[in-house]
Design a binder for this molecule. Structure first.
Ligand code: CA
Length: 233
């Protein structure tokens, strides 16, 4: 699954880098902007899932930028967490009035920041943030990209990981090859049906070597589906 893009708008480089590193470790894709103008040109070209917006910025400040985001149809629904210094806490209400989804006073813990981001993303799209998915004795961890079966670690290539994750996220649903291409390769490149079949075959054979006999069902003319939970017991 694609990592959520988090745009950090922060003029203090040390804070910017610290947040970016933390987001990276937590399976988010950090994107950096040092001022509002920078952030705006970024937003024109990229899909952003959430914005961390510093209040005090050189040039246009965070509040004015947030107001601007909220009046633009392409950015008005992007969740925003305002970051600000403690002394400005009294102005907190103002942040909410212009449409911030949450607010964090500096200095904040990196753990707290990640928890707030996850809470907002989960509210918006429950599939975008998950701690762990279980199917029988199979366990898929999207944060660490690890898969376990009966507590044994299963070594998978990056594409096979995305495939098992996608199948687990869509239990009981048949996934067409088009959907698989779209979700895993993001429709960017020319992927033909045979490529998908090769990855499915590889994934099946790896899972089989760990004792899961029939892990993925082929639905003729429709696509693939994760096998019943009892096959993973
Ligand atoms: Ca600042």
């Amino acid at each position: 699954m694609k990592k959520p893009n988090i745009l950090i708008v922060e003029d203090e480089e040390s804070i910017l880098e610290m947040i970016a590193l933390n987001l990276h470790h937590n399976n988010f894709q950090p994107l950096r902007a040092i001022n509002a103008e920078n952030a705006e040109s970024f937003l024109n070209k990229n899909k952003v899932d959430l914005i961390l917006l510093d209040w005090m910025l050189p040039g246009m400040d965070g509040i004015d930028f947030l107001k601007r985001l909220r009046t633009n149809s392409s950015t008005k629904s992007i969740p925003v967490i305002m970051l600000t210094a403690k002394s400005e806490e009294l102005d907190k209400i103002e942040g909410f009035e212009v449409g911030a989804d949450d607010y964090l006073a500096k200095p904040f813990s990196q753990k707290e920041l990640v928890a707030r981001i996850k809470a907002i993303l989960r509210r918006k799209n429950p599939e975008s943030v998950l701690d762990k998915i279980e199917h029988g004795s199979l366990q898929v961890n999207p944060d660490s990209h690890e898969v376990f079966y009966k507590s044994k670690f299963i070594k998978l290539g990056p594409t096979e990981f995305k495939l098992i994750f996608l199948l687990c996220m869509n239990k009981n649903r048949v996934l067409s090859r088009e959907i698989i291409v779209d979700k895993i390769w993001n429709n960017e490149s020319e992927i033909d049906a045979r490529t998908i079949d090769v990855h499915v075959k590889r994934l099946r054979s790896t899972l089989k070597s760990y004792g899961i006999e029939n892990s993925i069902d082929t639905i003729r003319g429709a696509g693939y589906k994760l096998a019943d939970e009892m096959n993973f017991e």
